[in-house]
Design a protein around this ligand. Structure first.
Ligand code: NAP
Length: 374
């Protein structure tokens, strides 16, 4: 029996993780959770589960919740996230959105808790620091992102020195078939309509801009510690092959599955073992698998991510913060779709890169470049 705590329990990944726990009561129990502002969803969760600790974003709701659920301890704000991260459990699933996940992830690592990592922004913002801290504490970081779960599974039992390249697949997002010119007039509603995956709003927009794939390249670099030139991306519109590894003898191993994040979440919880799950890929879906080379002109945000990785230092931190700001503006209807990449590019260009930053520098740049500095 493993105790699982979740940062971001009301989100898309959080909800699917709760399904995994609910479907396997003999293997998993829920520990502590954090949510943001979706109190209605929290109340639904509390009809099925009894976490011992719940963190909410706003202090104002704590009094009512405490009187409605007297047997549960409530906490709030950034300190609440740290409280959840430091409460004892076997695995902390980081399914919160954005770089706000960084400090609680480090807290859990210091507590020697295994991390099931969905919150990729944490590794983009501060991958060197997080991975170093995990190594020092002998803590495993198990990927939940479907592409990295795929790579993790393909690399099981393999020697990383024998890897020729990692090939991360990309569905292409909501606008994969549009030209740059056609992107000028796309709407928020169009952008939120992902062809293959049902996900939270920010990652759906990140998929449409291809920033998400850029994040995944950076995430792969940190998780698997390979040089940038060994991390490639390819367009694969079916999202059936979640990613693949080519070895030095030209053998390739791919991981396949349907577009169901519960598979990767469950694997992160059970690794190195597997548990039965009842949602198989139909063989008929394998009849036609398409691949297209990635176009860096069409998907400029992916190029920005490779540039940030090459530059090292704080450029990826700034890129991530600028993107969080710009996507927030787009979601509020303040800017157009193409302005997202304009803002990210402008902020990256104005930044004087700092090599080997400490955590304080990263946190301060994150706050600065996430703010309205236009
Ligand atoms: N969805 C996917 O299929 C998928 C796949 C791979 C990786 N990921 C990664 O997983 C993470 C979560 O993605 P998602 O799609 O599940 O996002 P989501 O549906 O938007 O959920 C985000 C969660 O974070 C909480 N949250 C947001 N801001 C917060 C704040 N300031 N303080 C406290 N809690 C806050 C939200 O709370 P409320 O809703 O209660 O406000 C919600 O529980 C992201 O890093 C994403 O890139 C997602």
């Amino acid at each position: 029996m493993k105790t699982i705590s979740i940062l971001g329990a009301t989100g898309s990944i959080g909800t699917q993780a709760l399904d995994v726990i609910k479907n396997n009561p003999e293997h998993f129990r829920l520990g502590a959770i954090s949510i943001g502002r979706n109190i209605n969803r929290l109340r639904e969760i509390l009809t099925d589960f009894t976490p011992h600790l719940v963190s909410v974003q706003d202090e104002s709701v704590v009094k009512d919740l405490t009187s409605d659920y007297p047997h549960i301890e409530f906490t709030y704000g950034e300190q609440g996230l740290l409280d959840v991260a430091s409460s004892s459990c076997d695995i902390l699933l980081t399914a919160i959105m954005g770089s706000i996940g960084l400090k609680p992830t480090l807290k859990a690592i210091d507590n020697k808790t295994t991390i099931a990592l969905a919150n990729k922004e944490t590794l983009v913002a501060a991958g060197d620091i997080v991975m170093r801290r995990a190594k020092e504490n002998n803590v495993s970081i198990i990927p939940v992102d479907s592409e990295h779960s795929a790579l993790f599974q393909c690399l099981k039992g393999e020697n990383i020195k024998e890897v020729e390249q990692l090939i991360i697949t990309a569905s292409g997002g909501s606008f994969r078939d549009l030209t740059r010119e056609e992107l000028t007039h796309v709407t928020l509603k169009d952008a939120l309509n992902h062809p293959n995956w049902s996900m939270g709003q920010k990652i759906t927009i990140d998929s449409a801009t291809m920033m998400n794939k850029g994040f995944e390249v950076i995430e792969a670099k940190h998780l698997f510690d390979l040089p940038t030139e060994k991390i490639q991306t390819v367009l694969h519109k079916e999202s059936i092959i979640h990613s693949m590894v080519e070895f030095i003898d030209n053998s390739m191993i791919a991981q396949l599955g349907n577009s169901d994040m519960r598979t990767a979440i469950q694997y992160a919880f059970t690794h190195p073992e597997r548990l039965h799950k009842n949602n198989p890929l139909k063989l008929s879906e394998l009849h036609q698998l398409n691949f297209k080379p990635m176009d860096f002109h069409r998907f400029k945000m992916l190029k920005f991510a490779y540039d940030a990785l090459e530059a090292g230092g704080t450029l990826a931190t700034v890129m991530n913060a600028a993107n969080e700001f710009a996507v927030g503006q787009f979601l509020q209807g303040q800017i157009s779709f193409l302005e997202i990449e304009e803002i990210v590019e402008r902020r990256m260009m104005m930044h004087d890169n700092i090599q080997n930053p400490d955590l304080e520098t990263i946190l301060s740049l994150d706050a600065q470049y996430k703010s309205n500095m236009r």
